[in-house]
Structures are given as structure tokens and as C-alpha cells.
Design a protein around this ligand. Structure first.
Ligand SMILES: Cc1cc2nc3c(=O)[nH]c(=O)nc-3n(C[C@H](O)[C@H](O)[C@H](O)COP(=O)(O)OP(=O)(O)OC[C@H]3O[C@@H](n4cnc5c(N)ncnc54)[C@H](O)[C@@H]3O)c2cc1C
Length: 804
């Protein structure tokens, strides 16, 4: 074993081997993989080997497509067979809701270039005659589904990496990870110490332990999983062609052919987390005891769906563990707070995702950023709120919901409530229906008295439609109050704070008492943040952005922070408060402060330190509702006092609380984009219109060259707003936009704009098609709905109310 390398990958499962291969593929050959035992010694050797492209995040789905298409290349380079069976697969629907879900997935696939199709019961029977189609409404057919040989595939990655210069050291456990002052790591292993510039945790079942070696609590947990292999079945082996995969969500099972029999895997509700207190180091090539009783119900359903199973003998039942993150997606990328420590773990579908994970990590390490937005699998999408018990609760929920329909308006219950603000009880007393993001509870809407405090999960308009509408109208008609805790908030101080902010933000920083809206760009000019920055003192700024991007943004800040002169504090949980918005917002604010808040004294985009009611507050004249409005930030201990002051003063003005659903509806009327919808690392300021907040006069900021190039050569697509002639369902995201029978664009987000009384979509289309009134169609749940492009916001197009 070498004593010094550029990268040391810990773990020789399918993921570690893929990372190793991709590092060499992209040009780094001074790399070593260190494996505790033999290759495949974790989850990999006992996997069922199935692969598919379906994923609710389009970019992860695309990376799954990449993984599947990679196997041929891998076989050619390595000369090692992956044992590929490209048999296609169908996902069955037995309820109208499931059919809606499959249609929404199908629609997404159109603009992703995936060739899936909806098929009816007769077609299903033709594809897989062993399926009993009683009660089946239809299915989604994906020709890319298939299965492979897990061990052969892992060895193919390893062999291809070796051929390109990588070293693989077997039977050598990494015992310790010790950071060095220059950012590199000493790996103490059974065979001696090796120094590596970078380490990659691809330790699968032991990723928690390898995380702990660097002081990390990684949010992942292993779960037990069982599948059975049948004896030979005549209906299977008498066919000329191999059967396709069948996913039966109602039975929580997947089925595929294995030789002359079948493999049936089950995601049972009575599932069990494995190795709660840690994965034993001596866990080897072994299986867990069978738990047949746990899958009996599932088996019964499977016998009905596939009658040939009933008479087939079970050759073996296999129970093995593999790891999940709280939301089921992998944990990939540089770990916030550590130098040169990378993750490639919690990969629950190594044979669908391993290639994409390896590619992403190699791009990130070698080129500085991945080639597409990978927030959905970025290790920094989760924060330190993920305690071990919280992670476990969410992982169990995720396992149980493996085949559940992912409704766009659904809030999952496990591990809640967890983080709350002092206002939580105040909202509860008023009928709040809560959601959660990044561990924090927020109000979605207020249920009318006597109605269920539960939003019906649906792709169509839910029972929240009417109450959200009433909240929106209250804001536009008088004044609304809404909590602003779900902004990530940062205090940036120090003599070099302004210079530093001007370097990492694309807009010029504001003067004292003023506010600037600014994108934050990657070196390639991609949007990695959408910030509001207020200058509160000569050397003091407040920056706010998405609450859920805290770890993501802090990682970037820390990576670019100078040794001295600038300090950053994350004050997201310390600074809470409310926004008040609507035509009577100023009158309300004036009632609770002695300061002059007239438009002359306190204009749009300015910030003031005021006493509001009893408490000192930072007040910003800005509102995401696009209305006349103020964000009032106070210390957490003052939040309730602020609320009491505002509600007492606002009662006769018609003050009414509103939730996030109303907020997201109101911003649509202004065509304001949202983080991870319209603004994310796939897009640039020039594509989204955020270029109006880029200061091209500044000579030096990250991403400037790319932003300038995009200004000089406008990109082919641009974000636009559409008014949709919707029926009982509005767009959510990723629906295709059609013109003359062709898909020409896609939706980023949308919904019903209640105050404007219009169904709205935001989305990208080719720049040359952007014209007031241009007619398109947007596919919603299989229907092509007419949609007209609008070039001005539906509410307050001149901004008179917002600025007045
Ligand atoms: C029953 C079952 C069925 C499955 N079916 C499928 C399927 O059909 N399709 C699919 O895509 N996925 C399936 N999976 C999941 C799949 O197995 C995993 O996604 C995949 O194996 C994860 O690979 P990995 O490389 O991340 O982890 P692992 O396979 O766990 O590999 C980690 C490796 O790291 C090594 N290691 C750990 N710590 C150290 C250390 N300190 N020093 C050196 N080496 C170390 C281990 O020895 C191990 O070899 C299934 C899993 C199970 C349990």
C-alpha cells in the first residue's frame, strides 16, 4: 500500500468502487480504495440487483438513467460481465390516485427524455402473463428497468478503475481518521498509516462508524430487508423471453425473474431498523435470521397478484441490511464543517444510483462542482437537527413508504413536532395545519373551525383550497401576519464583511439602512443562493435565504471565509419574528412604534432598528407576498410579546394570520421564483431573470465571467409565467409544456393564485417563444390544458403597492 495518495476511498461495495472508477475516468489516478474484507462485503453481495430510473427528483432520475447506461461501457472497459438483463418493468396502479401519480411521473419523463408509457390491463397481461389484472387500472412501463449481477458489476467497476491506475487494498480495516493541519488526513489502517489529501466515506453499512471517526453523526440508518427466491415455475421457464419486472405498490412488493423461478421482495410495514447502536465490525458475509412472519400479509397479496406463486416452493428467503437517509436519497458531497472529507453513503439503490453517485462525487472533487443540481442527494440538504432517534424515525417511515404515493402536498408525520418556535402554541390555538422543513414546524394554513386539521394528500385541489384562498384575500384586502422563522438567517460582521460579501454575492452590497436582493453564484455562474442582505451597521449585515439551505450555504461561506476580518453567525433559531403584509400593513406598524414609518421615512428596500411594542426589532421593508409589507426580526424570547402587540393593534384593521400555502400562492401573482424551484444550481441569472440583480459594474465576484458571458450571449431558454386553464388540478412542478404537439419546456412550480383567481405556472421555454399571450399547453395529470404566457405579474405589475 502506498503511504501517500490524493484520494482514499473507504469501502469496496458497489458505491466505493464506482467512486474509484469515476475518479480515474475523470483523470485522477493517484487514488486508493481500502476495503475491510473482500469487495462487496457490506450490503452489496446480497442485493437483488434490480435497477430502474424512477425517482421523484428529475436530476436523480437522470443520474439513475446514467448509471443504467454505464454498464455496457463498464463491461467493455473491464472485460467483466455485469450480468445484465434489460427486461423492462411495470408499476401497477389499482386506485385512481395511483393512476394520477403514474400519469404525473409519465408527464415528467417527457421533458427528461425518458421513454416511459402508460399501459392498460390488456397490455400488462401481454407484457407479463403471470400478473392477475383483476382490479388493475393501468401501469407505467419503463423499458430501462432490469437487473444484473451485483458481484460482477462491483468487480467490473473495480477492474476498470485498476486498469486506469487505481490501487485496491483488501482485508485492511481503516481504524482511525486523523485530520492534519493542511487539510489532509492520516488514515490509520490495519496495514499501516496512509496520508490522503481527500477521504471518501463509502463505508455503506459502516458509514456511521467511519463518520464517527471524524466526529460526525451522519443521518443514516440500516434497515432489514427480505426477498425470497422461488423454485422453478413452469409459467416462467416455459416462456421464450424473460419476464419484465413488476412493482405492485398495493402489495408493497417487487417481482422479477431469476433463472427458471422468481424473486419477490417486500417492503413490509412491520419493518425493523438494524444495528441501532452501531454495525458490528465482525459482521461479515452473513445474512440475518429470516422473519417470515413479518411478510406473511404481503405474501398473501402477492399470491393473489401472481397466482403462479401459490404453488411454487420457496428456495430461499434472504434477509439482509442496507442503509437509508431520512428521505431515502443518498448522502453525497463534501461534509459541512470538515475539510476534504467526502460522503458517498446511504445509497439504498446502489445498482440504480451507484454510477450517478460516483460521477457526481468525482466531478465535485476534480472540477469543483457537479455538472447539475444534486441538492436532492447533497449531504448538506440535511442539518444537525438530524439526531440519531430523529433519523431512525424518518428512516423507518421512509422504508414503510417505499411504495407509497408521493403526493406533492403531503406532510409526513414521523419525528414531529421536533423544532418549534415560541409561536407554535399561538398557531395551534387558531387551528393551524402544520408542515415541516429542515426539522422545523411551520404553518401551512389555518383550518376553519369544525374542519379537520389535516390536508388531504392529493394531486388535485385539496380541502386546503378554500381556507388558503380566504387567507390570500385577507392579505390583499387588509393585512396578514405570517411567521418568518423559515428563513435561514446569518449575521455577518467584521471590518472586511462588506468586501467579502461583495465577492461572494453577485449584486452590490447595500448602503447603511438599505436592503439588496442578490443571487449567489458558483464559479460556473449557476445559482447557488438567492439572498436578501440588509446593512444594519458599518460592519454588520443580515443575510437571509431559504431555511432548508442552511448547511448548504454555511458550507459555501466557510469554504470562502478569510482567516480574519469576517465573522458569520447562523442566527436562524435566535432571530424569529413575523411579516405583516397587505395594504394596511403600514398603518399596523405605525400603531406599534413611535418611529415614523411613512413611505418617505421608511421606503421600500430599507431596514431600520425600531422598538416595536415592547421589543427591539430589526424591521425590513420587504415582503415575499409582493405587497406593501415588513419583516420584523426579534430575539426568540421576544417573539410572543411581538405577536401580542401586533394582534392587539391589528384587530380592527382586519389582521389575519396566513400560512405558507397562502404565501406561495401570493408570490405566484408577482412571478417571484422560489429556491429549489426556479432558483437552483441548474439555472443561471440570465435564464431566470435574476440577472437584474447582478452588478456587472463590480469587477470581482464569484461567477462573474460566466454571468458576463451569459449576458453577452443570451441563453436559449428563459423563465416565463403562464395562466393555465386548469380544471380541478393545478401544476406542481416538472410538468411538460407543449407547443404544436412538441414538448418545448417544463414547469418549475405553480399553483392557484387565489387573489388573482387564476391558475398559474412558472416554467422554462425557448426564449424566442416568449411573447405576451403566446398560447401553449401544459400537461396536468395526462390532460393537455391551454396555457397563455403573460409577460407582466398578475398583481401590482408596476410595483406601486409594494413601493408605495
Ligand atoms: C436484501 C437486499 C436487497 C437489495 N436489493 C437491491 C436491488 O435490487 N437493487 C439495488 O439497487 N439495491 C439493492 N439493495 C441495496 C444495495 O445492496 C445497496 O444500495 C448497496 O449495496 C450499497 O452499496 P455501498 O457500497 O454503499 O455499501 P456496502 O455494500 O455496505 O459497502 C461498504 C463497504 O465498506 C467496507 N468498509 C466499511 N467500513 C470500513 C472500514 N473502516 N475500512 C475499510 N472498509 C470498510 C465494508 O466492508 C463494505 O464492503 C438491496 C439490499 C438488500 C439488503
Amino acid at each position: 500500500m502506498k503511504s501517500q495518495v490524493r484520494v482514499a476511498v473507504i469501502g469496496g461495495g458497489v458505491v466505493g468502487c464506482s467512486v474509484l472508477y469515476h475518479l480515474t475516468k475523470l483523470g485522477w489516478s493517484d487514488v486508493v480504495l481500502i476495503e475491510r474484507s473482500e469487495l462487496t462485503s457490506g450490503s452489496t453481495w446480497h442485493a437483488a440487483g434490480g435497477f430502474h430510473t424512477l425517482n421523484s427528483d428529475p436530476n436523480i432520475a437522470a443520474l439513475q438513467g446514467y448509471t443504467i447506461q454505464l454498464y455496457k461501457e463498464l463491461e467493455e472497459i473491464s472485460g467483466q460481465s455485469c450480468g445484465l438483463h434489460h427486461v423492462g418493468g411495470i408499476t401497477i396502479a389499482t386506485t385512481p390516485e395511483r393512476m394520477d401519480f403514474l400519469k404525473a411521473e409519465r408527464a415528467k419523463h417527457r421533458h427528461m427524455g425518458l421513454d416511459t408509457e402508460i399501459v392498460g390491463p390488456a397490455e400488462i397481461k401481454k407484457l407479463s402473463p403471470i400478473v392477475n389484472t383483476d382490479g388493475v387500472l393501468g401501469a407505467l412501463y419503463d423499458p430501462l428497468d432490469g437487473h444484473l449481477d451485483p458481484s460482477g458489476t462491483t468487480h467490473a467497476y473495480a477492474k476498470a478503475a485498476r486498469l486506469q491506475g487505481a490501487e485496491i487494498v483488501l482485508r485492511n480495516r481503516v481504524l482511525e481518521l486523523n485530520p492534519r493541519a493542511d487539510g489532509s488526513w492520516d488514515l490509520v489502517t490495519e496495514q499501516g498509516t496512509i496520508r490522503a489529501e481527500h477521504v471518501v466515506n463509502a463505508a455503506g453499512l459502516w458509514a456511521r462508524e467511519v463518520g464517527a471517526m471524524a466526529g460526525l453523526t451522519l443521518p443514516l440508518h440500516p434497515m432489514e430487508h427480505q426477498y425470497l427466491v422461488t423454485d422453478d415455475i413452469p409459467e416462467v421457464y416455459e416462456r421464450d423471453t424473460e419476464l419484465p419486472h413488476v412493482m405492485d405498490p398495493a402489495g408493497e412488493s417487487y417481482l422479477r425473474q431469476e433463472g427458471r423461478g422468481l424473486v419477490l421482495g417486500l417492503y413490509e410495514q412491520a419493518c425493523e431498523p438494524w444495528a441501532v447502536d452501531g454495525t458490528p465490525w465482525d459482521f461479515g458475509h452473513e445474512l440475518l435470521p429470516d422473519k417470515l412472519d413479518r411478510i406473511l400479509d404481503g405474501l398473501e397479496t402477492a399470491y393473489e397478484r401472481y397466482p403462479c406463486l401459490e404453488t411454487a416452493g420457496i428456495k430461499r428467503l434472504l434477509n439482509g441490511p442496507f442503509t437509508f437517509a431520512p428521505d431515502g436519497n443518498p448522502l453525497v458531497g463534501p461534509v459541512p464543517g470538515l475539510r476534504n472529507y467526502w460522503c458517498a453513503c446511504a445509497v439504498m439503490a446502489g445498482f440504480s444510483q451507484g454510477g450517478g453517485v460516483g460521477l457526481t462525487l468525482a466531478e465535485w472533487m476534480i472540477e469543483g462542482e457537479p455538472s447539475r443540481d444534486v441538492f436532492a442527494m447533497d449531504v448538506a440538504r440535511l442539518g444537525d437537527y438530524c439526531t440519531k432517534p430523529y433519523t431512525r424515525a424518518k428512516v423507518v417511515e421512509n422504508y414503510q413508504r417505499r411504495f407509497a404515493i408521493a403526493y406533492p402536498n403531503e406532510e409526513l408525520p414521523a419525528g414531529r413536532p421536533f423544532h418549534t418556535t415560541p409561536a407554535y402554541g399561538l398557531w395551534q390555538a387558531q387551528g393551524a395545519v402544520f408542515g415541516a422543513a429542515y426539522g422545523m414546524e411551520h404553518v401551512n394554513y389555518f383550518a376553519p373551525e369544525g374542519e379537520d386539521r389535516f390536508e388531504t394528500p392529493s394531486f388535485r385541489r385539496s380541502n386546503a383550497f378554500a381556507p388558503v384562498g380566504a387567507e390570500c384575500r385577507a392579505v390583499r384586502g387588509a393585512v396578514g401576519i405570517n411567521e418568518i422563522h423559515n428563513f435561514g438567517k446569518y449575521e455577518i460582521t467584521g471590518p472586511d464583511a462588506e468586501v467579502w460579501l461583495n465577492r461572494i454575492m453577485a449584486n452590490r452590497m447595500p448602503g447603511q439602512g438599505r436592503i439588496a436582493l442578490t443571487p449567489m453564484l458558483s464559479p460556473r455562474g449557476k445559482l447557488i443562493g438567492d439572498f436578501t442582505v440588509a446593512k444594519l451597521g458599518p460592519e454588520r449585515f443580515q443575510a437571509t435565504a431559504s431555511y432548508a439551505a442552511q448547511a448548504y450555504h454555511l458550507r459555501w461561506f466557510q469554504a470562502h471565509l478569510p482567516e480574519s476580518g469576517v465573522e458569520i453567525r447562523n442566527v436562524s433559531l435566535e432571530r424569529l419574528g413575523f411579516q405583516i403584509a397587505g395594504p394596511k400593513a403600514r398603518e399596523l406598524l405605525q400603531r406599534v412604534t413611535r418611529a415614523d414609518v411613512s413611505n418617505t421615512a421608511f421606503p421600500f428596500l430599507s431596514a431600520r432598528e425600531l422598538e416595536v411594542g415592547l421589543v427591539p426589532a430589526t424591521v425590513c421593508r420587504i415582503s415575499y407576498t409582493g405587497d406593501l409589507g415588513y419583516e420584523i426580526y426579534v430575539a426568540a424570547r421576544h417573539q410572543v410579546a411581538l405577536y401580542e402587540a401586533l394582534t392587539a393593534a391589528g384587530r380592527d384593521l382586519g389582521l389575519r394570520p396566513f400560512g405558507m400555502r397562502a404565501m406561495m400562492s401570493l408570490r405566484l401573482e408577482k412571478s417571484f421564483g422560489a429556491w429549489l424551484r426556479e432558483y437552483k444550481p441548474d439555472y443561471t441569472p440570465a435564464e431566470t431573470g435574476l440577472d437584474r440583480f447582478v452588478s456587472f459594474k463590480k469587477t470581482d465576484f464569484i461567477g462573474r465571467d460566466a454571468a458576463l458571458a451569459a449576458r453577452d450571449t443570451p441563453p436559449p431558454r428563459r423563465l416565463a409565467t403562464f395562466v393555465v386553464d386548469a380544471a380541478d388540478a393545478d401544476v406542481w412542478a416538472d410538468e411538460p409544456i407543449w407547443l404544436d404537439g412538441q414538448v418545448v419546456g417544463f414547469v418549475t412550480s405553480g399553483g392557484y393564485a387565489h387573489a388573482a383567481e387564476k391558475s398559474v405556472a412558472l416554467g422554462f421555454v425557448p426564449r424566442e417563444l416568449i411573447q405576451e399571450g403566446a398560447k401553449f399547453q401544459i400537461e396536468i395529470l395526462g390532460d393537455l390544458r391551454p396555457a397563455a404566457l403573460v409577460t407582466e405579474p398578475l398583481f401590482d405589475p408596476k410595483g406601486e403597492r409594494m413601493r408605495g
